[in-house]
Ligand binder design. Structure first.
Ligand code: SAM
Ligand code: SF4
Ligand code: F3S
Length: 469
C-alpha cells in the first residue's frame, strides 16, 4: 500500500473534531449531561481502541458509567476471534433491547472486529433493529461523524466497508487510572494463519511512523506511566512497510534511550519474524522487560504447516534457546491452540511435549473455534469435542505444574516489582508485577501504588507470587 494512502490527512481529522464540537453543542443546547458506557471485549489492541473511543466521546462532552441502564450511549467494542466471544455479544445485544425499551432515546452501537464481518453486520441489520450504529475498526477514526449522523438524522448508520486500513494520528485517549499504558505501534496483519479471522477484520499491516511512537512513549513517561506495552498483531514485522531500513529492534533501541523509570513490554511476536537482533537488543536494553510472549500455537510440524505458521518446531526451539541464553531468567509465555482440524492425539501430545521442553511461565490456551470465512473452517474436523477436551486438560495439567514449579523457585528471593494496584486478597492487599510480568500479591500500604520497590517472595501458587516489602 502507498504510504500516502494509509495516513489519514490532518484536514480529515480536523473535520472529525468539528463533529465532536457539534455533538457537544447539541447537548449543551439541551442542557444535557450525556453519559456513555464503553464495553470492550478481546485483546489489548481492542482495549487501546476502546480508550480512543472514550477519548473522542470525552471531546463530545460525555462522561462515563459502567451501567448500561444509566447510559445515554452504549458501545459494545467486540472481538471475533472465537465463537464464544461472538455469542456473548449477541446475548448482550438481546439484553440491550430491554434497556432501550426503558429509555427509547438510548443510542446503541456495535463496533470492533465482529462489526467488520459482513455476516454479523447483516444479521444486526435484519434482526437487531434497536442497534443504531455499526462500524468496524477501519472506521474508528470517523466515529464522531458517524455518531453525529445518528443524532442528526435519527437513522441507523452502518460503516463496515472492507478496506486495507489506515493510520490516524492524534486521536485523544482516555487511559486507565494508574501506571499502565498501551501503545499501538502497528495495525492489521498479513499472515493469514489458516484458523484466524484477524486479517479479514483488521486489514493489512501498517506501521506508525517511528517518530509518532517515540513521541507518544516520551509523553507517557513524562506523565508518570511506568509500565508501557507496545502493541501489534506481529510487532516483529514493524517497519517493513515504511520504505526505510528500520525494524522493530531499531524502534525498541530508540525507545530505550528515553530517560526515566519505566518498563517497556511488547506483544505479540510471530516466531517467523523474530530475529536474533531483537533478542540482542532486548538483552542490551535498560528498560525493555525480560519477558517474551512468543505464540507457537502447535508443537507438531504438520499442524504448523496446515496452520500456515511458516516455522517449524525446531526453528521455534532454536529461537527460544537463543533468547534464554542471551537473557537468563527470561519469562516466556505463549498462545496455544488444541484441536485444530485434523489434529490427532499424537500431534496434540507434540504440543504438550514442547510445553514441557520449553518450560513456559504461563500459557494462553485455546480449543480451536471455527471462524467462518477462514481456510481452516473448511477443513475436515473429525475429532470430537470430548477428545479435544481430554487433550486440552492434559496440556493444562502439565502447564499448571510447570507454572507452580517456576513460581515456587522465587520463594526466598528479593525481586524488584512495580506496585500497580489493589488485589482482591485481604491478607495481601496490593498487586504488583515483576519485570517479567509475574503477578505478586503483597502486604503493604496503598501509598506504595505506582512505585518500584523490592519485595521478598514468601509464597507462591500456579497463578501468583506472594511477598512482603
Ligand atoms: N497475532 C497474535 C499472534 O499471532 O500471536 C495473536 C492474535 S489472536 C488475537 C490471539 C490468539 O488467539 C492466537 O495466538 C491464537 O492462539 C488464538 N486464536 C486465534 N484464532 C483462533 C481460533 N479460530 N480458535 C482458537 N483460538 C484462536
Ligand atoms: Fe491471527 Fe496469525 Fe495474524 Fe496472529 S499472526 S493475528 S494468529 S493471522
Ligand atoms: Fe483482538 Fe479479537 Fe479483534 S483478539 S484483533 S479484538 S478479533
Amino acid at each position: 500500500m502507498e504510504r500516502s494512502q494509509v495516513i489519514i490527512p490532518e484536514a480529515d481529522l480536523a473535520q472529525q473534531r468539528e463533529f465532536e464540537a457539534k455533538i457537544k453543542e447539541m447537548f449543551t443546547a439541551r442542557e444535557a449531561h450525556p453519559v456513555a458506557c464503553v464495553d470492550t471485549f478481546g485483546c489489548q489492541q481492542n482495549v487501546a481502541d476502546g480508550q480512543k473511543l472514550m477519548g473522542m466521546l470525552e471531546e463530545c462532552g460525555f462522561t462515563f458509567t459502567e451501567d448500561w441502564k444509566e447510559a445515554d450511549l452504549v458501545i459494545l467494542n467486540t472481538c471475533a476471534v472465537r465463537e464464544h466471544a461472538e455469542q456473548r455479544v449477541f446475548g448482550n445485544l438481546g439484553i440491550l433491547t430491554h434497556t432501550k425499551k426503558e429509555n427509547p432515546e438510548q443510542v446503541i452501537c456495535l463496533c470492533g472486529c465482529m462489526a467488520q464481518e459482513e455476516r454479523v453486520s447483516n444479521r444486526v441489520k435484519e434482526s437487531y433493529r434497536h442497534v443504531d450504529l455499526v462500524f468496524g475498526p477501519h472506521a474508528l477514526w470517523k466515529f464522531p461523524e458517524l455518531l453525529w449522523r445518528v443524532y442528526d438524522k435519527r437513522k441507523r448508520v452502518f460503516a463496515v466497508d472492507d478496506e486495507h486500513g489506515s493510520i490516524a494520528e492524534g486521536i485523544p485517549v482516555v487511559r486507565e487510572k494508574g501506571v499502565k499504558a498501551w501503545v499501538s505501534i502497528m495495525y492489521g496483519c498479513n499472515n493469514f494463519c489458516s484458523y484466524c479471522i484477524v486479517p479479514y477484520v483488521r486489514g493489512r499491516e501498517r506501521s506508525r511512523d517511528p517518530q509518532c511512537v517515540l513521541e507518544e512513549v516520551r509523553g507517557l513517561v513524562e506523565a508518570g506511566y511506568k509500565d508501557i506495552t507496545l502493541l501489534g498483531q506481529n510487532v516483529n514485522s514493524y517497519g517493513k512497510d515504511l520504505g526505510i531500513d528500520y525494524d522493530f529492534a531499531d524502534l525498541l533501541a530508540e525507545i530505550d534511550q528515553i530517560e526515566g523509570e519505566y518498563v517497556i513490554r511488547f506483544m505479540s511476536s510471530h516466531p517467523k519474524d523474530a530475529t536474533k537482533k531483537l533478542f540482542d537488543t532486548m538483552a542490551a536494553s535498560k528498560h525493555v522487560a525480560r519477558q517474551l510472549h512468543l505464540p507457537f500455537q502447535s508443537g507438531n510440524n504438520r499442524v504448523l504447516h496446515e496452520m500456515n505458521r511458516r516455522y517449524t518446531r525446531e526453528q521455534y526451539l532454536e529461537l527460544i534457546n537463543y533468547a534464554k541464553e542471551k537473557m537468563p531468567g527470561l519469562v516466556i509465555t505463549s498462545d496455544v491452540i488444541i484441536g485444530f482440524p485434523g489434529e490427532t492425539e499424537a500431534e496434540a501430545m507434540d504440543t504438550v511435549s514442547l510445553v514441557e521442553e520449553v518450560g513456559f511461565d504461563a500459557l494462553f490456551t485455546f480449543i480451536y473455534s471455527p471462524r467462518p470465512g477462514t481456510k481452516a473452517a473448511e477443513m475436515p474436523d473429525p475429532a470430537t469435542r470430548e477428545e479435544k477436551q481430554k487433550w486440552f486438560d492434559k496440556l493444562l495439567e502439565v502447564q499448571n505444574g510447570m507454572s507452580a514449579k517456576l513460581h515456587a523457585a522465587y520463594i526466598g528471593k528479593t525481586v524488584r516489582v512495580l506496585v500497580d494496584g489493589e488485589s482482591d486478597d485481604a491478607e495481601f492487599p496490593l498487586a504488583a508485577r515483576t519485570n517479567g510480568n509475574r503477578l505478586v500479591r503483597m502486604k503493604g500500604d496503598k501509598s506504595l501504588i505506582g512505585q518500584f520497590i523490592d519485595v521478598t517472595i514468601t509464597g507462591s501458587n500456579t497463578w501468583a507470587l506472594y511477598g512482603e516489602v
